[in-house]
Design a protein around this ligand. Structure first.
Ligand code: UTP
Length: 277
């Protein structure tokens, strides 16, 4: 059975991008002229996930407006030759169904995913953190993960090898590789380098089986008061329920300045090559 739904936790404050994110959602920051979350939705669609659930919060209404028709704007640019600039987003709106729910208190990624349960129900689903911008071809990262899900029928995390001096920003896995896929035995959230079980970090792409919701309801928040998705995945991993894929492609951490600028330069250069601008 294919996966129909993809959840976008997008309620975080985006404090690393203040003041830009004071009144604007981090997910609406543009890489060249397209907001981060639109790239994420295009990736979900590439994997056949056209039911998009977005967990929003205060100050995030621009996301809903982006994925809606704008009659006034369409009217304004009709006949000016600029209609093509809206072609992609118009197509996305036509092909996808969008649902929204709000996270009232920002109690972590695990909590945001649990809040998304009413949009997902009892079926496996994708999760995309839009601030991790992924470029991969011919298969998108979510397409690559879907193929692994179809083979193993369990939760799938996307992995990237990161240098030890940055490992403490990520959830890090321990596990054994066979055929390019890691059977995950455990995970540690943001370990100090000397305590990291590997250099394989979980990035912002997941396929989760729906038992994750029951687990999230039962586990306790970490020291920071946040509910960590890695703690819930650890429970699944103990029952052989998680595999990790070292995906093919590049990822830019657009939640921070360095990644955001690198993604912008990369995309601008790629567009110049494509259109000879
Ligand atoms: P981050 O760790 O990047 O947090 O969240 P953040 O608040 O967005 O950004 P900074 O660190 O303050 O700059 C990872 C993802 O999880 C979502 C965020 O929106 C982002 O997509 N998230 C995080 C939630 O939806 N709710 C939360 O309570 C926390």
């Amino acid at each position: 059975m294919s996966i129909r739904k993809c959840l976008f936790p997008a309620a975080g404050y985006g404090t690393r991008f203040l003041p830009a994110t004071k009144a604007m959602p981090k997910e609406m920051m543009p890489i060249v002229s397209k907001p981060l979350i639109q790239y994420g939705v295009e990736e979900a669609m590439s994997a056949g996930m056209n039911e998009i659930g977005i967990v929003t919060g205060r100050g995030k209404r621009a996301i809903e407006d982006h994925f809606d028709k704008s009659y006034e704007l369409e009217n304004q640019i009709a006949g000016t030759g600029k209609e093509g600039l809206l072609a992609e987003i118009t197509e996305i709106i036509a092909q996808c169904r969008f649902s929204y729910t709000r996270q009232v208190e920002m109690l972590g990624l695990g909590h945001a995913i649990l809040i998304g349960e009413n949009l997902i129900g009892n079926e496996p689903f994708g999760v995309i953190l839009a601030d991790d911008y992924c470029v991969a071809s011919p298969d998108s990262v979510m397409q690559q993960m879907l193929k692994i899900y179809e083979r193993y029928q369990c939760s799938v995390v996307a992995l990237e090898e990161v240098p030890l001096d940055r490992i403490s920003r990520y959830g890090v896995i321990d596990g054994l590789e066979s055929d390019g896929v890691f059977r995950v035995s455990s995970m540690v959230e943001k370990p100090q380098p000397e305590l990291a079980p590997s250099q394989l970090a979980i990035i912002g792409r997941y396929i989760l089986t729906p038992d994750i919701f029951e687990i999230l309801r039962k586990i306790s928040p970490g020291n920071s008061g946040e509910l960590h998705i890695t703690d819930a995945l650890n429970v699944q991993a103990r029952n052989d329920g998680v595999v990790g894929l070292k995906f093919k492609g590049s990822r830019f951490d657009c939640g921070g300045l360095d990644g955001f600028v690198a993604a912008t330069n990369y995309t601008y250069d790629a567009l110049k090559m494509e259109f000879g601008a």
